[in-house]
Every structure is written in structure tokens, then in C-alpha cells.
Ligand binder design. Structure first.
Ligand SMILES: Cc1cc2nc3c(=O)[nH]c(=O)nc-3n(C[C@H](O)[C@H](O)[C@H](O)COP(=O)(O)O)c2cc1C
Length: 202
């Protein structure tokens, strides 16, 4: 793991509070899936992006859950870099995050998984996420098989299913203004590894 990751300090309260305020404003505005974020990963020279849902955030970073054998899971296991974008278009706000990624602790993933609906838990076992699937029927059969397997017990977290925490090295808040004269505030680490905020041209 690179040095930057080992030494990167937690996010300042101001960043966490600003993000929380934006997310709350997005929820208040009735935005569909306000926790949806675009996750970009890389594999060698190729870059990929897809939507995932934010499940937790604090000074340590932004957490989502997925299948570790999926494309994104493989990418993040090989390359510990990721970028996130929240686009809250109805309230003219965007948040960008760049950082290093770590897998969450097993206990954290277990606790989150235990709180999911049972059908979602079964789905985590039945879906070989990102692998070719012959037919919908094949998937439904796999779901039925796992329902049977766990019929008389709580569904355990699959070993191939967990969370990733994006630990930021950069967070940027964008606020839309008239005539495209927007505001941008970028938080990043200076040469002394302290968080600093800078206003940027839009
Ligand atoms: C609104 C929305 C939320 C999603 N949330 C998640 C999520 O939290 N975790 C996940 O693994 N996939 C989620 N997906 C599916 C991913 O976008 C993607 O199709 C899937 O994870 C496979 O991606 P990959 O092949 O790049 O690994 C979501 C899709 C949408 C449209």
C-alpha cells in the first residue's frame, strides 16, 4: 500500500459537515437515490465507471458494498485508487472524491449485511456479479437453491461480498450559480499532509 494511504489524515469536520449538509439538501429536495454515486476504477490502462450506493461516511471516508469478484471488486483489489462523483442536479450541487481504497473490516461488513432484507442477502449469494448469465431462469434457480440452503437459519455474509472505504485525498464541492459562474471549493492535502481548502475557477 502506498505511503500516502498510510499517512493520509482523517477528513476535517468541516468537510464531513459540508458533505452531510449537501446530502440532506438532496434528500429534502426529493432527489431519486441521493446516495447514488458514480464509482470510477481502473484496470491497467482501462478506466471503468458505474453507480453504487453510499452506505456510510465519516472522517475515515465513503463506504459502499459490493461483490469482491465483480469487475470493480477485482479492479480495487489490484489498484487501490478510486474516484466518486455525486451529481445532485436538482439542487445544482456536485461532490467529487478521489482517494485510496481499503476493504472494510469483516465485523463492519457483517453488521451491515445482517441489517439487509433477507431477499437481498440471498441475492448476494446467488449473483455472480459481472459474470456471463445464460438466462434469467438460471438466476432464479440459483436464488431458489440458496433459499433452500438457508431455509432454517439466518443468511450469513458470503465470503465474496464486502465493503470498500474510499479514503479521500481530495474532496471538491461544486455549487451551480447563474451564467455558469459556479463556485468550486477543493480540499486536498498540502506538502505537510494537512487538509487545505482552495477556491477554483469554475
Ligand atoms: C442506482 C444504482 C445503485 C447501485 N448500487 C450498487 C451497489 O451499491 N453495489 C453494487 O455492487 N452495485 C450497485 N449497482 C450496480 C452497479 O452499477 C453495477 O452494474 C454492478 O455493480 C456491476 O459493476 P461492475 O461489473 O463494474 O463491477 C447499482 C446500480 C444503480 C443504477
Amino acid at each position: 500500500m502506498p505511503d500516502m494511504f498510510e499517512t493520509s489524515p482523517p477528513l476535517p469536520d468541516k468537510v464531513v459537515d459540508t458533505f452531510r449538509d449537501g446530502l440532506q439538501a438532496a434528500k429534502n429536495a426529493g432527489i431519486c437515490e441521493p446516495t447514488a454515486m458514480t464509482l470510477a476504477t481502473r484496470e491497467a490502462e482501462k478506466v471503468s465507471a458505474r453507480t453504487v450506493l453510499l452506505k456510510h461516511f465519516d472522517q475515515q471516508g465513503f463506504v459502499f458494498y459490493t461483490n469482491l469478484n465483480s469487475n470493480k471488486g477485482r479492479h480495487l483489489t489490484q489498484h487501490h485508487n478510486a474516484a466518486l462523483t455525486f451529481a445532485w442536479l436538482e439542487i445544482e450541487q456536485q461532490v467529487l472524491v478521489e482517494g485510496m481504497v481499503e476493504q472494510v473490516a469483516d465485523a463492519e461488513a457483517d453488521a451491515y449485511f445482517a441489517g439487509r432484507p433477507r431477499d437481498s442477502q440471498i441475492g448476494a449469494w446467488a449473483s455472480l456479479q459481472s459474470q456471463p448469465l445464460g438466462s434469467r431462469q438460471e438466476f432464479e434457480q440459483a436464488i431458489a437453491d440458496y433459499q433452500q440452503r438457508f431455509s432454517d437459519q439466518p443468511v450469513p455474509r458470503p465470503p465474496h461480498w464486502s465493503g470498500f472505504r474510499v479514503k479521500p485525498l481530495m474532496v471538491e464541492f461544486w455549487y451551480g450559480r447563474e451564467f455558469r459562474l459556479h463556485d468550486r471549493f477543493r480540499w486536498q492535502l498540502d506538502q505537510h499532509n494537512h487538509w487545505q481548502c482552495q477556491r477554483l475557477y469554475p
